[in-house]
Design a protein. Structure first.
Length: 175
């Protein structure tokens, strides 16, 4: 992978809800679909029906692109990350179980429901190894949250100082 992700960008991927996966169709047109996903250990994972068109496309050409984005109202500012990578189909085994059962079910509780739950053999896991990353407006993703945290830290420092002053006035000793 040529570009590295910042900690904020990795958090953006971890907490994102929907990714758009683009594969190459046999007719030459791109096939783009929204999917739930998981970002873990530098890879993107997605579960899907094993007979889906995207799986068929990946089996023929494993080069894919994924976009995870969001926008903020009222400014309608869009930020996101596009990852071009190589997809691998995982159909069973320890990695399959780990991703489907342990991680996807934690992020998306609907996987727990009997109606939606896939069993081994019904679905596959798409594992994408990033080769190239393109990002836009991802600097300072959590800037407002960080400002709030800094404000809380300053407030806590002031409260501690005020508490120490009160203790001194009341002549309370530290335990």
């Amino acid at each position: 992978m040529k570009k590295k992700l910042s900690e904020d960008e990795e958090l953006f991927l971890v907490y994102g809800k929907v990714a758009r996966l683009a594969t190459f169709s046999s007719n030459g047109f791109p096939h783009v679909v929204p999917l739930w996903y998981l970002y873990l250990d530098g890879h993107i994972y997605m579960a899907t029906d094993k007979k889906s068109r995207k799986v068929e496309n990946i089996r023929k050409n494993p080069k894919v692109a994924v976009v995870i984005d969001e926008y903020e109202e009222p400014s309608w500012e869009i930020r996101g990350i596009m990852i071009e990578g190589i997809a691998q189909i995982i159909e069973s085994g320890k990695e399959y179980e780990k991703i489907l059962k342990e991680y996807l079910e934690l992020k998306y509780p609907i996987y727990h429901s009997k109606e939606e739950r896939w069993e081994e053999g019904e679905a596959v896991i798409i594992k994408i190894k990033p080769e190239k990353i393109c990002k836009w407006k991802t600097e300072d993703i959590f800037e407002e949250e960080l400002k709030e945290i800094e404000k809380i830290k300053r407030d806590m420092k002031k409260i501690r100082k005020d508490l120490e002053n009160v203790k001194k006035k009341l002549k309370i000793k530290k335990p």
